[in-house]
Design a protein around this ligand. Structure first.
Ligand code: SAM
Length: 542
């Protein structure tokens, strides 16, 4: 069933501006606040193909038109937020319009992408999936608690080539100046586009908040633009209707950074055009001096702000959003950029999708034996001081080879870094960010910890492993435990309980992966059919 939304009760200062902007369309806009809102999710294409998820679960309906991997769904048929496939990272629950900015940015494997305001990670997980493990995602969030939530969401998604940072944007972008292929600024905003979903957004709103947000946004876009390499592109987006936070911010950016040009959005025919400077000035909706000045400049200099796009809730199935696509002049054409595959792990080597060829066939008899034929060579971290140890070789032999395949394991081992007893897979080309200025919460995929001569695999490693064959339990250790999604023991595992699996009593003792439908949820230690719970305590349910 779709949910009833809150009716009207909207601030007068808001409705006045909207009616001036929309004119004859205003009643349809106003009526849209009483219409039911729709639920949508975005499939994690690192894990599963959209069509495969559709076959696996009921209730997925038509595609969200502006994405390849978003679907509307019927919550009464598929309670997506309570299904263990959610914890297995098969999809992200995301409002349909919020899928547009990452789709417009269209990151390509191998690119260096910065998501400047990334928490909780709706767009960052989309960018990470689009990169397919090649290139680099720097996901930044100014507020530390929100940055921690961002990290978790990226880890649930199995994204292995991300740096997660918590920094004031200017401190980060000055270190990245001129280096990024693509930047997303999904700016903090007054949230008018969320009024239909979220009564709190209405309570929090005021004309002063619009002006405060606009001031922050004017600064953010300049910082973001400075991180772009020549030829690099940028998407600016908000979930608000206020022109001060939308077209006027773009006008300000174009005036201050003449090296940027405003592009046509590829999906423009699905959305409404932005509002021109002339239109906004003539309906007198510029509530502050900076906005007025930016729009005057735009009119004088002929900036075509109609190239921006607006997602109006009365015109499409989604909430209110705004987006603009820009490009820094010069440089090479971003759309035909060749992938740098030198160090990349091909999808089938460290594969993702159920149904794709997997090299994750367990290698019988390997468990616990530290006989990795290929001793991992030191990455930068190792060279910096901590020699790669027997435990690291054990880790490669006991975890990476059986679960990811030999080739992928070797590729990972070559790039592994050891820092303070933790093993990381550091993304290609990750910059060394100066501490003090930028808090780096995660510098790549955390593989696990070295404890004396033992290796403890991380939750993030479990999530980044390819989906395994359902019958791997009897093929040797480590095993994948594969209960049905509806099995009560899955819920018990996610609560952190020790769980009994008598059907695996004959399997060798040791580390194993608990999966649903072959998709990893986390680690456990199996001893005679009892699974000691190793699900990350901070992720446990209820
Ligand atoms: N992109 C995110 C996603 O898709 O999940 C949503 C980002 S939300 C619209 C904006 C984010 O900007 C919030 O997480 C907020 O904490 C952060 N923020 C707030 N004030 C900020 C500032 N002055 N500079 C940068 N980011 C800020």
């Amino acid at each position: 069933m779709e949910e009833q939304t809150q009716a009207a009760g909207l601030p007068q200062a808001f409705t006045e501006v909207m009616s001036r902007i929309l004119g004859d369309e205003y009643p349809a806009f106003s009526d849209s606040f009483t219409l039911p809102r729709r639920n949508s999710l975005r499939v994690n294409t690192l894990r599963i193909r959209p069509e495969a998820l559709r076959e696996l679960v009921p209730g997925l309906m038509e595609k969200v038109p502006w994405t390849e991997d978003g679907f509307y769904y019927d919550r009464s048929l598929f309670p997506a937020s309570r299904h263990p496939f959610y914890q297995a990272g098969l999809y992200y629950l995301q409002e349909a319009s919020a899928m547009a900015p990452a789709a417009i940015l269209a990151p390509q494997p191998g690119e260096r992408v910065l998501d400047l305001c990334a928490a909780p990670g709706g767009k960052a997980t989309a960018i990470g999936a689009a990169l397919r493990g090649e290139g680099l995602l720097i996901a930044n969030e100014i507020r530390l608690p929100r940055a921690k939530a961002l990290l978790r969401n990226l880890e649930v998604f199995g994204i292995r080539n991300a740096l997660v940072t918590s920094a004031v944007p200017a401190r980060l972008t000055e270190q990245l100046a001129g280096t990024m292929d693509a930047v997303l600024v999904d700016a903090p905003c007054s949230g008018e586009g969320m009024f239909r979903r979220d009564p709190e957004a209405v309570r929090d709103w005021s004309p002063e908040k619009v002006a405060e947000c606009a001031a922050i946004q004017r600064d953010l876009v300049l910082r973001a633009a400075d991180a772009l390499r020549p030829g690099g592109r940028m998407v600016y987006s908000t979930c608000t209707f206020a022109p001060e936070e939308n077209e006027a911010v773009i006008a300000h950016l174009l005036a201050e950074r003449p090296e940027l040009e405003l592009l046509e959005v590829p999906q423009a025919d699905l959305f409404a055009p932005g509002l021109s400077a002339g239109q906004l000035l003539s309906c007198g909706v510029a509530r502050d001096r900076e906005t007025e000045a930016a729009l005057q400049t735009a009119r004088e200099r002929g900036f075509d702000l109609t190239r921006c796009v607006r997602l109006w809730p009365h015109r499409l199935s989604g909430e209110g959003h705004f987006a603009a696509l820009l490009r820094r002049r010069g440089g090479r054409d971003v759309s035909v950029k060749k992938k740098d595959r030198r160090n990349s792990l091909r999808e089938r080597e460290y594969g993702h999708s159920h149904g794709l060829p997997s090299s994750g066939q367990p290698d019988p008899g390997r468990r616990g034996k530290a006989k990795g034929k290929q001793a991992p060579r030191g990455g930068r971290g190792a060279a910096a001081g901590e020699a790669l140890s027997a435990a690291q070789r054990q880790m490669t032999a006991a975890f990476l080879e059986p679960f990811a395949g030999k080739d992928a394991a070797e590729a990972i081992a070559r790039r592994m870094e050891c820092r303070h007893g933790q093993l990381f897979l550091r993304p290609d080309g990750a910059p060394e960010l100066r501490g003090g200025q930028v808090n780096v919460l995660r510098g790549g995929l955390l593989l696990g910890e070295l404890k004396k001569d033992r290796f403890e695999p991380s939750q993030a490693l479990a999530m980044a492993l390819p989906a395994g064959p359902a019958d791997s339990a009897d093929a040797g250790a480590p095993v994948r435990i594969v209960p049905d999604a509806g099995d009560e023991r899955v819920a018990a595992y996610l609560r952190g309980e020790t769980v009994s699996f008598p059907e695996y009593a004959e399997c060798p003792s040791g580390w194993c992966l608990l999966t649903v439908g072959g998709y990893a949820l986390g680690w456990g230690k199996l001893v005679r059919g009892q699974l000691k719970n190793k699900y990350l305590p901070g992720w446990r349910q209820g």
